[in-house]
Design a protein around this ligand. Structure first.
Ligand SMILES: O=C(CO)COP(=O)(O)O
Length: 148
């Protein structure tokens, strides 16, 4: 793939080990793309990729509870995210649940691919459609809410 994608990586605390293992396993692929992460996820992924010998192009937002999910949701609204991997802790409540739901909702509204588990992330990054110039996902129709 020639196209440089912008990929969001976000993981809750109990899922960070999974995210780091996944990122290191996919380091070669990720090293060709721009990564946008919530604060703590980003610093851990950056260190792990550097330790693995890569020099990742990685941008860290605020930590999730401090608005990082909201910042990434804003990028989704502007169609600046090509793919998101969001490993959610479904077994523990989060103080910023509203922001989490906002990020998920904006990905649905804007038809942004979002993987919320490792199997989905694996399938998405190995899709022949990812970054293909001939693939144009059909825009979702919200006729009453179009932008002027
Ligand atoms: O809380 C998060 C996502 O909702 C993740 O935030 P951190 O990466 O800063 O831990």
């Amino acid at each position: 793939m020639n196209q440089k994608l912008t990929i969001a990586l976000v993981a809750h605390d109990h899922r960070k080990a999974d995210m780091i293992e996944w990122a290191v396993y996919n380091a070669e692929f990720l090293s060709h793309h721009h990564l946008v992460c919530t604060g703590t996820t980003g610093s851990l992924v950056k260190s792990a990729l550097e330790e693995a010998g890569y020099c990742p192009d990685i941008e860290c937002m605020n930590s999730g509870p401090m608005g990082g999910d909201a910042e990434i949701a804003a990028l989704v609204v502007r169609n600046e995210i090509d793919l998101a991997v969001f490993l959610i802790d479904d077994l523990n409540p989060q103080p910023h649940e509203a922001d989490i739901q906002m990020l998920l909702r904006q990905c649905r509204v804007h038809n942004t691919p979002i993987a919320c588990n490792l199997a989905s992330a694996d399938l998405m990054i190995s899709s022949r459609l990812l970054g293909s110039e001939s693939y144009h996902p059909k825009e979702q129709q919200y006729v009453d809410f179009t932008r002027c």
